[in-house]
Every structure is written in structure tokens, then in C-alpha cells.
Design a protein around this ligand. Sequence first.
Ligand code: ADQ
Length: 535
Amino acid sequence: MMRLVVVSNRVTMPERGEKVAAGGLAVALRSALEQHGGLWFGWSGATSAEPSSRVEPVRLGKVSYAVVDLSEAERQSYYLGFSNRALWPLMHYRLGLTEFNRSDYAGYLAVNRRFARLLLPLLKPDDVIWIHDYHLIPLAAELRRRGVTNRIGYFHHIPWPSAEVFGALPFSATLISTMTAYDLVGMQTQVDADNLIGGLVALRGARREGDRVRAGPRSTVVQAFPIGIDVEAFRKLAAASVRAVTQPIRATTGPLGGRKLVIGVDRLDYSKGIVQRLEAFGQFLRSHPEHRGNVGLLQIAPPSRSDVPEYAELDRQSDEVAGRLNAALGEFDWTPIRVVKKAYSRSALAGFYRRAQVGLVTPMRDGMNLVAKEYVAAQNPEDPGVLVLSRFAGAAHQLGEALIVNPYDTHEVAEAIRTALAMPKSERVRRFERLYATIASSDIGWWTSRYLAALSGAGAAESAVPPPGTPKPASGARKPAVRQSVRSRPAAEKPAAKGGAKPAGAASGAGFGKKRSDFRQPARAKPLPNAPSPR
Ligand code: ADQ
């Protein structure tokens, strides 16, 4: 059987008990690795003065971990610089925040080259290699240059902008060209997939054939695989939180008394629209004064990437806006907004979600947004809360029964909060049931197995990949790739062409075409801490 090799910017080794990245993705990848036996390669998260020239994998059960330190200069240029000050803002459509500098770009390429060099001696001939996210775009090209002919897949967790936006990046044509070294590229939505293909056509002169793009002798399949969460685990945690109200929940929501709760949970990141959300909540209280005193917003936002100046500024700004609104609108016995900058365990988070009548998920742009799915998974089916969701989150392409809003429109978000709080139970239940059915049928196990089946089939057959986003397609049905809530999306966002709807069918067997149940996560006695991943 083939071995799976996962490469990601950060690797969390279970025995280190790290507080970071123990979220659904890390658990799902580990579970896929355990199924097949495998290797997980990437940055340790640490820096050292003399980064090693070779790496010795550490075996824990069926999984080997190979972690590499970075030098401080590499952390600055590759991670904080090019990845997080150029690619991150650019791919979230924030050209104004995009800081390009040549030495950061050189550092980014150098780390990708070093990773390729260190990974090479660890590879076996039929390993299937799965690379994750924007830090590692050129890694496959570096591996190919060194003679690697294995199947190599890539999953892009964040949005991919249109060629017009991506083209603003110096060396954009060179960087986008490296994507053609992959056999399969997974995107969160069909819009992102179309944008990448459009970019390869416009900047690289590639040829599009449905969901396949040809540049030179190679061809790459680009498709949407909307990522999911471990719905069942989250549902159970939330249900358990009702029986045993955990300490943080008592402490944080206790003082709310019988008041209603609106919740936001995000890494403190400008893509998440936290400041705009606080303003929208203030607007809601101003427009609907009858709600003053009986509802509060709890915004949980642990700081991330504090070394990047834009993040420090956001931290300051969110404090300032919350302080201003609380001073203007609060009463002696009621504080409208609380901002809590802590990471909580999964079970505490599930309890908060369940307790909240409204889940406010309003990013300005987001690849998927797992919080939206976690909020739905945690609801009480008999008396569920209402999800208010940004149309610019990838999740909006699947979760059309949420109240879909434009996060740039403060009034629209404010009115959605009012509508959500007033929504009759029958409508809440109806919307919840559809949302739940969607997230349950495209959960993290489904995502992992679909992607790996497609990767192991990619190149074997032209149409080996099942249509993503349609969890249980009727056989032979030609459905759109993802349930698009087209009504709620601006015209410019609509995919220009719907190429590549393929007949349904699992990828032809190359070792990973497993049943979904094969990838279910093992029961864990104690939930892992779930800090947001250190992106
Ligand atoms: P992120 O930008 O990190 O992920 P998101 O998808 O919302 O965004 O995932 C965040 C995770 O961190 C969630 O599981 C959430 O529960 C957790 N989290 C947030 N705040 C927390 C807190 N205070 N305590 C504990 N846990 C907390 C990137 C992309 C997304 C994409 C994911 C997965 O930006 O668009 O959905 O990868 O592909």
C-alpha cells in the first residue's frame, strides 16, 4: 500500500502537547497518516542559530514526524515576510496591505528549496505527497527539479484571487507557474479553482480543458474540495457542555444572566472583519434600542502573528472600538461587548456556541471558515441558534440557509442580527436542519478521503475525480461543483465558466480510494486543546 507524506508549514507532534494547531485539520491529517502509515514533514515552529542540514524522522505509532527548525532570518523572510505580509493579504484581496520585498521573496524560495532538499532522502518511490497551503507553493516544483516523479497534491486553505489581483504580485507569473508541478490542486470553492486556472491561462499561457490545465508537457487538475469539520465530535462536545457546564463558560456567560448571547470566534486577523463586526453590533443597538440591556456580544479573538505590524494595529483598534462602544452604549449593570483574547479548549468553545442565540461569522474574505460549521454543529436541534454568515467566506457557498450578509455593509449586518434574534423557532429549526445535513455529509473525514482518492487517481484517468461539494451525488448526475448561493453573491464573484463537471465516481484504486469510514477519527478520551492554527 502507498505511503502518505504530508507537508505543512507547521507540524505538531502529539507528544509535545503543543497548544497550537490541535484543531480539526491537524487531527484529520494525523488520522489519515495513521490509516496508511505515513510521514509528516514541516517546520517545528522553533528557530535555531544553525538550522540542520539533514532531518531524522521520529516515529510515533504508525506516523513518522520530520521537523525542521528555521533560522531567525528565515522566519522573518519566509514566514512573517513573504507568506504573511505579501501572500496572505494579496490572497484575501487586500492589495493595500500587501508588502512585497525582494529579499523576503528570496527567503521564501530558499526555505522551499531547503525543505525539498531535506525531504528528498526521506521519500520512497510510491509515496503520495500532500502539500498544504500558501507557505509551500513552490515546493513541488523544487521536488520535480530534483527528479521526484511521485504523485504530488496541494491544498490551498485560503482564497485564490483573480488574475487581475494576483498579477499585482511581482514575479506572479513565475510563482503561479510552479503550481503546474502538482498533479492535483485542491481549492475551497469553485470560484478559487476558476481564479487559479484563469491566472495560469492569463499569466502563464496555459490551456484549460475543463478542470485540467495544461502547461508544457504536464497537466494539473484543479478542483474544489470544501473542507469540513468533525461534526459528530463537535455535536457531542456541545451536548455534553449542557450537562457539565465547564468553568470558562460559567465564568464568561454566567454574568449574562438570562440575556441573549451573540458570539464571534476568530483568530485576531484583519481578514476576519472583527472591527467591522463590533461596529455592526453597535449599529444594531443604536437602531434597536429595545435590545439594549438584554443581549451581549462575546468576541473571542486570541492574537496571532503579533510580530506583523498590521496585527498589532488590529489588536489596538479592536480594543479601542469595543471600549468606545461600551462607553457610549453600556449601562452600569450591562456591558454590550466583551472581547476575550484567549484560546479555549474545543469543549469550552462548543459550549459557548451552544449557549449563543446568534453566531456572527462575518469575515471580509475567508477560504472556508470552520467557525461557521462549528457553530452549526454545536446547536441544540430542538432550539437552535441562527448563523449570520459573510458572503465572502467560502462556507457561504455551501451554507446558503444561513443569513448571508455583506460584511462591508454595517447596516445589513445590524439588521441580520435583529432578524436572527427575532426568528421564530420553526424557521430556526428548518434552517438548522438543512445546514446540519450539509456539514454532516461533507465532514472532515469526507474531505480527507475525497481528496486522497482524487490525488491517487489524478493522472491515472482524465475524469477520476468525483465532483466536490456534492457529498452524495446521484449516480451520473451532472451537478454544479459546489452548492453556490449565487443569489447572495455579487456578480463579479460568480464563476465565469463552469468547466469540468464530471460524472460521479470514486477515483480508480491507487491505495487511497477508501470508504469514508476508513478515515474517521479515533475516539479521543480527552479533547485536545484547540487553539487556532499558527498560520
Ligand atoms: P483560519 O484562518 O485559522 O484557517 P478558521 O477556518 O475559522 O480560520 O479556523 C480557525 C480554527 O481555530 C477553528 O477551528 C476555531 O475553532 C479555532 N479557534 C479560533 N479561535 C479560537 C479560540 N479562541 N480558542 C480556541 N480555538 C479557536 C484557515 C483559513 C480558513 C479555512 C481553514 C481550514 O483561513 O478559511 O477554513 O484554514 O482550511
